[in-house]
Structure formats: C-alpha cells, structure tokens
Design a protein around this ligand. Structure first.
Ligand code: ADP
Ligand code: ADP
Length: 231
C-alpha cells in the first residue's frame, strides 16, 4: 500500500539544472523511508515535489493512488496531509512564542480556539516541549526549535511527515530523542515518515526502506536490511 509514488519523475530548474530524472519511488504507508545521497543528489527537490511546492516538469506523483491536484484547493489539502519539516527550523518558526508557532497552521485552518488549544497541547506533549509553551521560539536551543517545528507539523495531523535532515546539528542524545519521537508517531498514529539524512548510523535503527539518490537518479533501493547488507 503506497501512500506516495513517483513515476518517471523529471524536475528541471529554470536555469536548466536537471535535479531529478526518471525517478521511481514508492513510499509505503506507515513505514519510515530514508532517502540518502550526497549534496546535490536531488533529495530536497524530491521533497518539495512531494508536497506540491515544486511542480514536476515530467512524470507523475500519486498520493493515495491519485495524481496530485495542483489547483488551489488541491494544494491546500495536500500540504495539510503531507507536512514538511525543513532542515533549518528558523525557516519555519517566526512567532512570538512556542504556542503561537505550533498553532500557526491550525489558525490558518480557521479552527475553533478550543480545538486549536487541544491539538497544540497534544503535539507539545508528543514532542516533549510542553514546558516551553510560553517561551519565545528564538530563545530556544537548536534541538528545542527542531521539536517545535516538528510539533507544528504534527499538530496538523498529517498522514505523511517529510523531514529534511531531522538529526543534523544534534548531539547523539538529541538524535535518539528525535528519532524515538518519530518512531512513536509512526507506531501510535500510523504516520508515514520520509527523511533524508547524512547520519548513516540511524538508518538501520529507524528506517524500514532505503533509497539512495545520486545525480537525480535512484542508484540503490531496498529494505534497509538489504541495502546495508550489500555495503
Ligand atoms: P540535495 O537535497 O540532495 O542536496 P537538491 O535537490 O537541493 O539536492 O539539488 C539537486 C540539484 O538541483 C543540484 O544540482 C542543485 O544544485 C540543483 N538546485 C537545487 N535548487 C536549485 C535552484 N533553486 N535553482 C537551480 N538549481 C537548483
Ligand atoms: P479534511 O477532510 O482533511 O479536513 P476538507 O475536506 O476540509 O479536508 O478539504 C479541504 C480542502 O481540500 C477543500 O477545499 C477540498 O475541496 C479540498 N480537498 C478535499 N479532498 C481533496 C482531495 N482528495 N484532493 C484534492 N483536494 C481535496
């Protein structure tokens, strides 16, 4: 059961850089999939295509078996269901407090105040940041900001959580805390995680399936056990 799938995906930037070519990827529902590859391999471009921020030049992306709908409402729906956590939390946090940052997306959905409060509380609890609720986000540590960014996306109750380098810049303890909270979201909520990482050690521990991209192509794919036993 694939929640996201790309078929012969082609993406070319306006300066003619071919970032993805003939990319066929299947993301299995409620699993964690790692997308590996060096700088410039095409990981970020793929992620931006997955949630409709970038529109492919060729090929197809299916979400729950349906081609992405690039209409205003289609994209609004997609971005709620396929959430992205960027590598640098400062790119998605800009409110006066942790609570306000996490509630930002829900406010845009025009939910009732009490529903928002409930969803934000659950998201803060899940990410272990309830005690930071009233703190200005800019005063937090990098690892805490990372959690706020994840909480803001989780609060929207997405089906898929896409994370660009979720463990970059964290100490080993921070890495395992972040990966454990993602694993819990997968187990308890059935969330599908797709992540890129340079932290090879975490892949066999936390990821079910692995793709390796190079120069915009899939070079290797398989269950993480298969991919790592062939190394
Ligand atoms: P990764 O995330 O794996 O580092 P990217 O998806 O960022 O890879 O980049 C894939 C290719 O697209 C690289 O050659 C990169 O230089 C190029 N690229 C990325 N963003 C842009 C852009 N905005 N304009 C032109 N080329 C870009
Ligand atoms: P949800 O049930 O997840 O809260 P809604 O039904 O409120 O989502 O839909 C939010 C917006 O997304 C609406 O404008 C709707 O037209 C659009 N939408 C709903 N389902 C889809 C879909 N499968 N594909 C594209 N757009 C959709």
């Amino acid at each position: 059961d694939n929640i996201l799938e790309t078929k012969e995906l082609l993406f070319v930037y306006t300066d003619k850089t071919k970032a993805l070519e003939n990319v066929n990827i299947k993301i299995k529902r409620s699993q964690t999939t790692a997308i590996l590859g060096g700088n410039g391999a095409g990981k970020s471009t793929l992620f931006l295509c997955f949630n409709g921020i970038l529109k492919p030049v060729g090929g197809t992306i299916l979400y729950n078996g349906q081609p992405l709908d690039y209409s205003h409402n289609g994209l609004k729906h997609l971005r709620r269901k396929v959430g992205i956590v960027f590598q640098d939390p400062d790119n998605q946090l800009f409110s006066a407090s942790v609570y306000k940052d996490i509630s930002f997306g829900l406010m845009n959905m025009k939910l009732e105040e009490k529903d928002i409060r409930q969803k934000v509380d659950i998201a803060m609890d899940r990410t272990g940041i309830s005690h930071l609720k009233d703190r200005p986000t800019h005063s937090l540590s990098f690892g805490q900001k990372k959690r706020v960014a994840i909480a803001g996306v989780l609060a929207m109750e997405p089906e898929v959580l896409i994370l660009d380098e979720p463990t970059a810049g964290l100490d080993p303890c921070g890495v395992s805390e972040i990966m454990k909270l993602l694993k819990n979201a997968q187990k308890e909520l059935g969330i599908t995680c797709v992540l890129s990482t340079h932290d090879i050690d975490i892949v066999p521990l936390y990821c079910d399936y692995t793709y390796v991209l190079s120069n915009g192509n899939v070079k290797v794919e398989g269950t993480t056990d298969q991919v790592f036993s062939n190394k």
